[in-house]
Write a new protein. Structure first.
Length: 28
């Protein structure tokens, strides 16, 4: 998680978006 936090808000946004798409494949 250290690298995750080091990435800043952009990394968090990308990861959150990835998880959202993974859980909602119809939105791809």
């Amino acid at each position: 998680w250290g690298n995750f936090y080091a990435g800043g808000p952009e990394t968090f946004h990308l990861l959150y978006n990835h998880l959202y798409l993974m859980s909602n494949p119809e939105n791809l």
